[in-house]
Design a binder for this molecule. Structure first.
Ligand SMILES: NC(=O)c1ccc[n+]([C@@H]2O[C@H](COP(=O)([O-])OP(=O)(O)OC[C@H]3O[C@@H](n4cnc5c(N)ncnc54)[C@H](OP(=O)(O)O)[C@@H]3O)[C@@H](O)[C@H]2O)c1
Length: 253
């Protein structure tokens, strides 16, 4: 049990990557604060993890709102007295819109969920972690769209690049204060992320697809969780500010 007794906040835990990350942290003994908007999905996660060594406590909220990004950290401390790991995983795509086709609303929404929410949560979490002797650990989920410009539209790409930057700065600033912060950059993973995408830019998607090595299949959430556990564990005590690309080699072309 690698995370027995640990308190872990996982955002975007109602589907895809976050669901599996939250489930497997509970399997490894953690008390998991599972955060998303869809309460019924979080209840399903509670059911699926019943009987595991760890447990799941749902926190329902829209993370584009400051009160929820801060509130989930308060909730973790209220329930368990501490916060060991924050996994900022919740995120949305941007219809592959290049900047010439992007609306103000799309930009604001993608930045609010993918960047502003995680940043507000990190600020709150860091201040809790600085107060506790055990320090803490932040794992951000960006994307290969956070290290190159050819995987999504302008807003998604900007939000994930910025998340990579905030990760590096946080890692550097608190490296001597017991807090580590790393960012994972997955390639294509089979999840529900495209289901909300109803107005995809034909031009944008054709540019992205044109540059993809389609011989390499998409991954599964389970292909990402070992790296989450590694950076969140003491095995990674010298891994800080790292940008870890996990894409089966797609971005090598
Ligand atoms: N799938 C991929 O190919 C891929 C590749 C690279 C990176 N990523 C990143 O991986 C992360 C997880 O994505 P996924 O692929 O697992 O997608 P997903 O299945 O669509 O899951 C996204 C999660 O984020 C939550 N979420 C979205 N907007 C939210 C909001 N405003 N407030 C609170 N929660 C919100 C959703 O929950 P509710 O709808 O219930 O709120 C859901 O749990 C994202 O950051 C994504 O950018 C994915």
């Amino acid at each position: 049990m690698r995370f027995e007794g640990k308190t872990v906040v996982v955002t975007g835990a109602s589907s895809g990557l976050g669901y599996i990350i939250a489930r497997d942290f509970a399997k490894e003994g953690a008390t998991v604060i599972a955060v998303a908007r869809r309460a019924e999905r979080l209840e399903k996660l509670v059911e699926d993890t019943a009987g595991m060594v760890g447990s799941v406590l749902p926190y329902v909220g829209d993370l584009s709102k400051k009160e929820n990004a801060e509130g989930m950290i308060d909730f973790a401390v209220e329930k368990t007295g501490k916060l060991d790991v924050l996994v900022n995983n919740a995120g949305v795509m941007d219809e592959f819109k290049p900047i010439g086709e992007m609306s103000d609303e799309l930009w604001d929404w993608v930045m609010a969920v993918n960047l502003h929410g995680p940043v507000i949560a990190m600020r709150k979490a860091v201040n809790v972690m600085l107060e506790q002797e055990s320090g803490g650990n932040i794992v951000n989920i960006a994307s290969i769209g956070g290290v190159c410009g050819a995987r999504a539209g302008a807003a998604y790409t900007a939000s994930k690049h910025a998340l990579v930057g905030v990760t590096k700065n946080t890692a550097f600033m608190y490296a001597h204060r017991g807090i580590r912060c790393n960012v994972l950059c997955p390639g294509g993973i089979e999840t529900e992320v495209m289901e909300s995408q109803t107005d995809i830019s034909e031009f944008g998607v054709s540019r992205v697809m044109g540059g993809l090595d389609t011989a390499i299949p998409a991954g599964k959430p389970e292909d990402i969780t070992p790296s989450v556990f590694f950076v969140a564990s003491d095995d990674a005590k010298f891994t800080n500010g790292s940008v870890i690309v996990i894409d089966g080699g797609v971005s090598c072309n």
